[in-house]
Design a protein around this ligand. Structure first.
Ligand code: FRU
Length: 547
């Protein structure tokens, strides 16, 4: 998409931000070698790079995958992430770091965790050790403790099986600098090739920390009084939920049923293959947890999916979130291992999904999670246009509806006066000859995002496909909310019971946006984020001296 012209003032602000970030880039850790020069982003202009999302988190440069260590602490949301700082493909993993006050605008920070002699740093979680159970902080200044997998590539190369172990590091300055625990690993490998992605929560009833760990076809639960010593509690699986790919990035958390207030446990499990529209996807179970064993009530026979698009993987939730007990905040990696390393971006690869609010409801199909985009995105709303299709014949030119201000991120809402989901297609086309479309097909009762007319044969065999998700006919008032950023579509079908998150890449400039479909479709389009100092307002900042 095109950028609308910005006032000179903001250009100067951008240059200043860029100059300060260039300085930051000269640290030895992030200084790339010559042959890695392609991943050096020009921070003054990177929001004008082709495909760079404007209101989604992306690394300043280089490779990113899973969100890690999501934690809310002293007014800041911290997001760490799987990061290979020297390349735009996966490699020796570090934890990148960013913070936000509202889950919309992010500030970049220095890399938090680096590989060491025990291995590279794979996915994991962070807890605030309020009772100082590990003794790394004090009760006045509790330590943040990161629990993560260390992957020893040398052991793997030597043909050993036990190359994944769990280690911890702690921070007493609010998550900006980290110290390794000297007695790592805290959980050695029992001889399992896949033994990773610890997610830790505090279980008040048993007064124990609980670790959920992915181990091939199951989740292993461990308990600990102090985060340093772990005892095996139980296995969940095999033979439950999705069996089509290995399990990764589990996340166990309590949540109250939105209506009854009953306490339930949700177990999120990312599955490496066989998601509803192919490749990697995020599934979940709902059930009970007694401190040792998870017993599912839904999701065991037929897997439940958190998202029906192809690009929401490794979704995990915030620990210590400032939310009530019936909401849980989380973020997913907005890509798919089928093509993540080949997508046509150069200086960086991958974005995160918008942060989502999860709530649990009784529905006609049983208990289900609903996802909505965090309301703070509404702050980005600026100019607004309404459209109303008077005829179902000619397409509505949404560019014209928007007048002069065809621009970057948009929020589109669609409804009809009758309160039914209308038959509609919104099609974006570029001067490079690509189109992507999305909408609802009434005859099949399904939502769709159609990437089949994007030319991707040079880099992926699976990317250019049509993705569908059945409409849940029991949802009332099926208002449809769509967040369209440069290179991503988040279509929150059925009020959030059927979200679809897909990325897309159009060659050249976006040249048209048309709406086809039923007469009487009403809609609203908001231009998003133009008042921000940069379209996405991600700035590189020094860590605060005192939080
Ligand atoms: C999921 C995953 C995790 C692992 C990490 C490595 O995308 O494969 O299981 O910890 O990525 O980067």
């Amino acid at each position: 998409m095109q950028l609308s012209p910005k006032p000179l003032f903001w250009i100067l602000v951008l240059i200043l931000i860029g100059l300060s970030s260039c300085k930051q880039d000269q640290t030895p850790e992030t200084q790339p070698t010559n042959n890695e020069a392609q991943v050096v982003a020009n921070t003054t202009r990177y929001y004008q790079e082709p495909h760079r999302p404007q209101i989604h988190f992306t690394p300043e440069k280089a490779w990113m995958n899973d969100p890690n260590g999501l934690v809310f602490h002293e007014g800041l949301y911290h997001m760490y992430y799987q990061h290979h700082p020297d390349s735009n493909v996966w490699g020796p993993m570090h934890w990148g770091h960013a913070t936000s006050k509202d889950l919309v605008q992010w500030a970049h920070h220095d890399i938090a965790l680096f590989p060491d002699e025990l291995g590279t740093i794979f996915s994991g979680s962070i807890v605030v050790d309020k009772e100082n159970t590990a003794g790394f902080g004090t009760s006045e200044n509790p330590a943040l403790v990161a629990i993560y997998t260390q992957h020893s590539h040398s052991k793997e190369d030597a043909g050993d099986l036990d190359y994944q172990t769990q280690g911890i590091s702690f921070s007493t300055d609010g998550g900006f600098t980290w110290e390794r625990y000297t007695a790592n690993p805290v959980l050695p490998n029992p001889g399992l090739k896949d033994f990773r992605d610890p997610k830790v929560i505090w279980h008040p009833e048993s007064e124990r920390w609980i670790m959920a760990l992915a181990a091939l076809d199951r989740v292993k639960f461990y308990t600990s009084p102090d985060l340093k010593t772990w005892e095996f509690a139980s296995d969940f699986g095999p033979g439950v939920g999705s069996q089509t790919g290995i399990w990764e990035c589990p996340d166990l958390f309590p949540i109250r049923n939105d209506r009854t207030g009953e306490l339930e446990y949700v177990l999120i499990v990312s599955v490496q293959d066989g998601a509803p529209n192919g490749g990697t996807g995020t599934s979940y179970f709902i059930g009970s947890f007694d401190g040792k064993t998870f017993k599912p009530t839904v999701g065991a026979k037929e897997p439940l999916w958190l998202d029906y698009g192809t690009d929401n993987y490794a979704f995990v939730t915030f620990s210590n979130g400032p939310t009530s007990e019936n909401r849980r905040l989380g973020i997913g990696w907005m890509s798919n291992w089928q093509y993540a390393q080949q997508v046509p971006t150069t200086t960086w690869r991958s974005a995160m999904t918008t942060a989502r609010v999860l709530t649990l409801h009784d529905t006609e199909e049983g208990k289900r999670l609903k996802s909505t985009i965090v309301p703070d995105y509404m702050k980005l709303r600026e100019r607004k246009a309404r459209f109303n299709r008077l005829s179902d014949l000619a397409p509505t030119d949404l560019f014209r509806t928007l007048g002069e201000w065809v621009t970057d991120p948009l929020e589109i809402s669609i409804s009809t006066p009758e309160g039914v989901t209308p038959n509609f297609t919104i099609e974006l086309a570029s001067d490079g000859g690509d189109t992507v479309s999305f909408g609802y097909d009434k005859s099949k009762a399904e939502y769709f995002i159609d990437r089949s007319k994007i030319k991707s044969e040079d880099w992926s065999e699976t990317f250019s496909a049509r993705h569908t998700a059945k409409r849940k006919t029991w949802t009332k008032d099926p208002f449809l909310n769509i967040l369209l950023d440069r290179s991503s579509i988040e279509m929150m079908g059925d009020n959030g019971y059927t979200p679809m998150t897909d990325i897309y890449f159009l060659a050249g400039e976006l040249t048209s946006m048309k709406l086809y479909g039923d007469k009487n479709i009403e809609g609203t389009i908001f231009e998003l984020g133009q008042k921000l100092p940069t379209p996405v307002s991600v700035s590189r900042v020094q860590r605060p001296r005192k939080l």
